[in-house]
Design a protein around this ligand. Structure first.
Ligand SMILES: [Zn+2]
Length: 376
């Protein structure tokens, strides 16, 4: 543990870009749906950025600019036909290249810039220019598969970033912890046969995609044991997430010994989110960030990168993000959470059925070799 990096002494990089808020996500249109009520809009992220600015948190970070990615950077995670089709539709009227992932004109360039934001965060941390970094990017990336857009995700931001740092900087083993309320199916699928990336996803069971994220999905070939899924029952609060960290996430990361930890950082497990049914208060995201900081100090010289994924409550996301940045910066008093009473809600203690779900995931992780500590 490097005590030099504790608290406010940590250099925290922060990357965002105005273009991220100009991307048009087009999903809920047609039929009896009146236009104008999209679930995925720029508003929650823009309000998060505004709160970081207003509170002074942003001024404590080190500003980073998105990397300008080349076609070869995208092709490490995606097929050429998919990239070509995306670029062609974007240059016309927009389109749809999967499910729940429609986009407007010009979204290709913005998606490349979004992946470039994640790539810069990983690059700067890998290079030691900053200790940790937060990429407030849009569109998100964790559902995007090699040849298919899914769930508002068009390009696989973190996989593109990790594969670029591996190629350009010799980055070694990376652990991705995905706490977005939905399964990180894209990240999982891109690295499913890659023994040098550990993909851990905590998500509401069978939410989206409803047919992936099971505990039986553990990787393939010599990468068995480098995919770990933690499907949690709807209604889980901080108690369930802390138990999952203690029993599965932290032991799996210790066994894997990453050189960098990356977080697919969705805020849609927050208690006010319209797209998920979990119960996390904003403070929980600070708590989980703090646990990963400790683990990063223990395992990889504090190298931790967070990239924005989902989060659909315009009211709650800003506070979830502020708690996360506060934890990274080691400050605690710059933002007052108006929804803090959620911390005392009856959903917060670990419930019996939630414990059973985590215990089953732990057993699967022990069987695959992902968890070795105290293995039964
Ligand atoms: Zn999500």
């Amino acid at each position: 543990m490097d005590s030099e990096k504790s608290g406010a002494a940590r250099r925290v990089g922060f990357v965002s870009h105005e273009q991220y808020y100009w991307h048009q996500s087009i999903v809920a249109v047609g039929g009896d749906i009146e236009p104008g009520a999209e679930l995925e809009t720029p508003t929650p992220r823009r309000r998060l950025l505004n709160l970081l600015t207003k509170s002074g948190l942003l001024s404590l970070t080190h500003p980073l600019q998105p990397l300008m990615l080349e076609r070869e950077d995208l092709l490490r995670a995606h097929g050429a036909d998919y990239i070509d089709a995306f670029e062609r539709l974007s240059a016309a009227a927009g389109g749809e290249l999967g499910d729940f992932a429609g986009f407007g004109p010009g979204s290709f360039d913005i998606a490349v810039l979004s992946a470039g934001g994640a790539a810069e965060a990983v690059r700067a941390v890998t290079a030691g220019e900053v200790d940790t970094a937060y990429a407030l990017v849009r569109p998100p990336g964790h559902h995007a598969e090699r040849d298919r857009a899914r769930g508002y995700c068009l390009l696989a931001n973190l996989p593109i970033a990790i594969l670029k740092a591996r190629a350009d900087q010799g980055l070694g083993r990376v652990a991705v912890v995905d706490w977005d309320v939905h399964h990180g199916n894209g990240t999982q699928s891109i690295f499913y046969d890659d023994p040098d990336v550990l993909a851990v996803s905590l998500h509401q069971e069978r939410l989206y995609p409803h047919d992936s994220g099971m505990i039986t999905e553990t990787g393939t070939g010599d990468a068995v044991g480098t995919t770990v899924n933690l499907p949690l029952p709807a209604g889980s609060g901080l108690g369930a997430y802390e138990y999952a960290f203690a029993k599965v996430v932290e032991p799996a990361l210790r066994a894997f010994r990453p050189d960098l930890i990356a977080v697919a950082c969705g805020f849609d497990a927050g208690g006010l989110d319209p797209n998920g049914r979990m119960a996390l208060p904003a403070k929980a995201f600070g708590t989980l960030t703090g646990r990963l900081l400790q683990l990063a100090d223990e395992l990889c010289d504090g190298r931790l990168v967070l990239a924005q994924e989902g989060g659909y409550s315009a009211l709650h996301v800003p506070f979830c993000g502020a708690q996360t940045l506060s934890a990274l910066l080691g400050v605690s008093d710059l933002v007052t959470d108006p929804f803090a009473e959620m911390e005392n809600s009856p959903e917060q203690p670990l419930a019996v059925h939630q414990k059973a779900a985590v215990d089953a995931a732990r057993q699967a992780a022990c069987d695959s070799g992902a968890v070795t500590e105290g293995r039964s």
